[in-house]
Ligand binder design. Structure first.
Ligand SMILES: Nc1ncnc2c1ncn2[C@@H]1O[C@H](COP(=O)(O)OP(=O)(O)OP(=O)(O)O)[C@@H](O)[C@H]1O
Length: 240
């Protein structure tokens, strides 16, 4: 069963064609790393799956449904690029930011106790329980990123989309963040799609790698990706 299926998807910003005829599928429970050069269309692809953009042509489905249906059901958690940096000046506590994620997909309003319980559970998952009442602008960049992951998880998604979740964080913190994503994927079965420039770290946890440059240039397991990267790197930059 596929969680995400893109079929012959094309997208342009005005007269700038960014994706052309992109077709690919991500299996339920998979951890997919999405790599590629700057401006290749990786974030655009993620936004199409998150339902923030609509393809000019082609189709995107999530768990057999339209993206709008999957979004309405709360199936999709999305952590945009630089999100942590953008909320860093927002005068809110960690728990308040995470609780913003509770609205997604829930038809019934949660009681205060239930909401608190879920927020605490999410903060425990990302190892930030002791920070619940701290202002988010007092946290490090890596801690802020983990708050954003907790916020996305609070909607109980089956699919987590992350756009460069470790940009601007140090080596050890990015190792921890990818470890966290790997554990969420392996222990909870959440499908993870992470756009990343940190190929070495993301491929420690990802099962497969997609290389995008306007179209799909490569899709395969990490061992194959490393082999092609070492021996025939040009193959990673040209889609057929
Ligand atoms: N909102 C927008 N309006 C117009 N053009 C855009 C917009 N967002 C992105 N673009 C353009 O679309 C192209 C693809 O951008 P996108 O952000 O998807 O690439 P990317 O692969 O994620 O790049 P990076 O690795 O640098 O983040 C780029 O040429 C970019 O300038």
């Amino acid at each position: 069963m596929y969680d995400i299926r893109l079929t012959d998807v094309s997208f342009s910003y005005g007269d700038n064609p960014v994706l052309r005829g992109l077709s690919m599928a991500v299996a339920a429970g998979e951890f997919l790393a999405v790599v590629g050069p700057n401006g290749a269309g990786k974030s655009t692809m993620l936004k199409l799956v998150a339902g923030l953009l609509r393809p000019d042509c082609g189709e995107v489905t999530v768990a057999g449904r339209t993206v709008d249906e999957a979004r309405a059901a709360g199936d999709i958690g999305y952590v945009p690029q630089n999100f942590a940096r953008n909320i860093a000046d927002f005068p809110a506590t960690v728990a308040e930011i995470v609780s913003l994620g509770l609205v997604s997909g829930r038809k019934k309003k949660l009681s205060r106790e239930a909401a608190r319980h879920i927020v605490d559970h999410m903060l425990a998952m990302v190892d930030l329980k002791d920070m619940r009442n701290r202002r988010v602008d007092e946290l490090s960049g890596g801690q802020q990123q983990r708050v954003m992951v907790a916020r996305a998880l609070a909607g109980n998604p089956s699919l987590l989309l992350l756009d460069e979740p470790t940009s601007g964080v140090d080596y050890d913190t990015s190792t921890k963040i990818y470890g966290l994503l790997g554990q969420l994927n392996q222990s909870l079965g959440i499908t993870v799609v992470a756009v990343s420039h940190d190929i070495e770290k993301v491929t420690r946890w990802a099962g497969r790698v997609a290389c995008i440059n306007k179209g799909l240039c490569f899709l395969g397991d990490c061992a194959e990706f490393r082999r092609v990267h070492a021996q025939e790197p040009h193959l990673l930059y040209y889609s057929s």
